[in-house]
Every structure is written in C-alpha cells, then in structure tokens.
Write a protein that binds this ligand. Structure first.
Ligand SMILES: *[C@@H]1O[C@H](CO)[C@@H](O)[C@H](O)[C@H]1NC(C)=O
Ligand SMILES: *[C@@H]1O[C@H](CO)[C@@H](O)[C@H](O)[C@H]1NC(C)=O
Length: 372
C-alpha cells in the first residue's frame, strides 16, 4: 500500500494569487477499487492524482511548474500506457474503471478542500457578488427537478437547447437558429431565497467541466477570432495595454500571450464569464453538485444526465455544429509552446482550483514536449 499521501488545500478562490495561496495538508486514504486484475490500476491512478495535486502546490510555492510531472489523467487523451496494453474490450473496461477513479478523485478532492473551515459551505456563506454570479449561472428545470450550472465554452448552448426542448419552447435540439442565451430560460437568480433553498436541497445538481487551458484557448479563438463585439470591447483595450507599439487596431489581432497577460491582471470575480474560472462561476464548495460531467466525455456524460433527470428518450444531446472548430491537442500544443513559459506559470494560480478540484493535469510546457 502507498504511504499516507497529502492533498493540498488551497485558500478560497478570491484570495488567490501567488503568495496568498495558503498551504494546509490533509491526509487522505488511497482506496483501491475495481474488479480482479484492475485493482492496481485505480490505486495507481488515484495516487497519481494526489501526487499531481501535491506537486501543484509545491510548484506554486517554488515557482518551478515546468519541472514537476503530473501524470496524465484523462484517458481520452490517449496517453495512458495501459491503453495499448491489451485487447479493445479490456482497454475499454479499464477506461471505465479509470473514469470511475477520476470521478471518485474529484469527489474526494472536492470534499477535502471544501471541508476546510474557510471555504463556503452554502450559497449563503458567499459574498453577495459571488452569490449573484453563481445563481445567475444556474439554470432551473422545475419539471425535471434539476439545476444545471452552465459554464461557457463547455457545451453550454447545447444544454440550454435541451432545457428549452424539455420546457416545450423549442421543437428539437438540432434547430439551426442562433441560441438566445436568456430567453425562455429560468435562472436560480430569478427566485426568492426560499425557492432557491428548496431547489438546492431537493433537485439533482450538475455541471460540466473542461481542461482549463483548453477552455481559455477556446474562448480566445472564438471571441477574438470571430466576434466583433468582443474584439471592440476587450481586444482593443488588451492591445493598447500589452503591446509595445500598438498602432491602430480593431482588436481582432490580440495574440494568445496578450490575452493571458490580460487575464493575469484581471480580478477573478470581475472577469467575463467566458474566462472566469469554473470555480467562481459555479461555486462547487458552496453547492454540492451531484454530478460533474467532463467535456472529454461529453456524449456519454450527457446521456447519463438525461437519463438521470428522466428526459424523454427522444431527446438526445445535440451533435456538434458543423461550423464548430474544436481545440485539438495539436492546437493546444501550438499555442502553449508559443507562449512564454513564465506567463503560463504565473497564470496557473488563478485557475488552480479548476485544475485541482476537477483533477486536470497542469499544461506540459517542457522543452521536450514543445520540441515534438
Ligand atoms: C511532457 O511531455 C514530454 C514529451 O512528451 C514527456 O516526456 C514529459 O514526461 C511530460 N512532462 C509532464 C510534466 O507531463
Ligand atoms: C460523490 O459521492 C457521493 C457518495 O457516493 C455521491 O452521492 C455524489 O453524487 C458524488 N458526487 C459527485 C460530484 O460525483
């Protein structure tokens, strides 16, 4: 068995920033689960996650992010060596076990970190502005008794479509119409405290999460590459602030590095929702979500949720839109490796709760990786 490992506990998001990341260690038991020959795998993975998290803390303290090696966690990235080890059936069974372990790890990390005294334990512990942000992001279905905290850039339009179909205001999920992100939707922030309390207590609550760097890149490419309002509202300002000789700009040529510099200077709680950390949007400590789905397993996890909330069987999670440009591992590699390493390192503390609570490995920006 492994020795008692340590899980890092990080101070609440709003206080984060290099030096104020507080350290406390809590021992946690590694548990092995799984059937027969797969017992070893889960415990190794679990151990790996914990080592990664501790590494994370160490990295923040010492400022040596690039040197620590968090193990790969997401089977979908095809990096787990056991994937190549056997026949397809075995591999997919192990993948399921691996995913179970991931869920379990998330669950326990959240419980451990959120169990700390200075963390919010209910929405009423939050500051008024934190509460407003979270409640504004929680969509309500009274008919199916669930709450969904939407995270922009994690398939949230598709979930909004589903809510509209469930409510009968939209005929089917595949309509080509542009999504209206407010109309015909009910948010928890529209309700009175008693109504909020009741729903938080009795409804099924879920969120979908995504690799934090991938989410930022997706936001960057979408907003600055395609959306005029964002180019004018944010792009122009970013170029003015962070480019040596800005010249004339229409805000459509912001570089990824300039965008990250901007994030570095932004106060987390005032960020635009497309790049605000998931932690601040959905407050997973104040709200005990029953299920955390992964963007990496969108279809399976969405099917699970739809079944769980007893959606009619004809409702399927929408296919990706044809215009959708996914962030591939190659794209991420390209952007990360063309960004000053120090900048990424400096930015990570702002998003550390998203990495650690949801068990995502830190971006690999070592020179070996970038040489590939
Ligand atoms: C980063 O990638 C390189 C090359 O693929 C690999 O050798 C190294 O172990 C990785 N490091 C981390 C921290 O994952
Ligand atoms: C965590 O585990 C508990 C107990 O097994 C379960 O009820 C809960 O839904 C899990 N939460 C998540 C987010 O998986």
């Amino acid at each position: 068995m492994f020795p008692q490992p340590l899980i890092p506990v990080v101070a609440r998001g709003s206080e984060m920033g290099g030096s104020s990341v507080r350290r406390a260690t809590v021992s946690a038991r590694t548990r092995s689960r799984g059937r027969g020959g797969t017992v070893l795998l889960p415990s190794m993975l679990t151990f790996g996650v914990i080592v990664a998290s501790s590494g994370l803390l160490l990295m923040i303290e010492k400022g040596i992010l690039a040197e620590v090696k968090p193990p790969p966690l997401h089977p979908s990235r095809g990096e787990l060596s056991w994937r190549n080890a056997g026949r397809a059936r075995v591999a997919s069974e192990q993948e399921d076990v691996g995913y179970q372990v991931l869920q379990d790890t998330r669950n326990r990390t959240i419980r451990t970190m959120c169990g700390q005294k200075n963390m919010p334990h209910s929405v009423w512990d939050l500051s008024a502005s934190q509460r407003r942000t979270a409640l504004k992001h929680i969509l309500v279905s009274d008919k199916h008794r669930f709450l969904y905290c939407y995270v922009p850039k994690v398939a949230c339009s598709n979930w909004k479509r589903i809510l509209k179909v469930l409510d009968g205001v939209l005929e089917n999920v595949d309509v080509k119409l542009k999504m209206d992100h407010k109309r015909d939707l009910v948010f928890l922030s529209d309700m009175k405290p008693d109504e909020i309390r009741y729903r938080l207590k009795h409804y099924f609550k879920f969120i979908f999460v995504r690799d934090p760097m991938e989410r930022l890149l997706s936001a960057y490419r979408n907003k600055f590459g395609e959306i005029k309002e964002y180019q004018l509202k944010y792009g122009v300002e970013i170029v003015k602030r962070y480019r040596k000789n800005p010249g004339k700009t229409t805000g459509d040529d912001v570089t990824f590095s300039e965008f990250l510099q901007y994030l570095l200077d932004e106060e987390v709680e005032r960020m635009n929702e497309h790049w605000m950390p998931i932690y601040n949007l959905c407050q997973p400590c104040a709200i005990r979500y029953d299920f955390i789905g992964s963007y990496e397993r969108l279809n399976e996890d969405a099917s699970y949720v739809l079944e769980r909330v007893q959606a009619p069987s004809y409702i399927r999670f929408p296919e990706r839109q044809s215009w959708y440009k996914p962030v591939t591992p190659q794209t991420l590699h390209y952007y990360l490796c063309n960004t000053p390493r120090g900048l990424i390192k400096e930015l990570l503390p702002k998003y550390i709760l998203d990495f650690s609570l949801f068990a995502y490995p830190l971006p690999n920006v070592t020179s070996e990786f970038c040489r590939q």
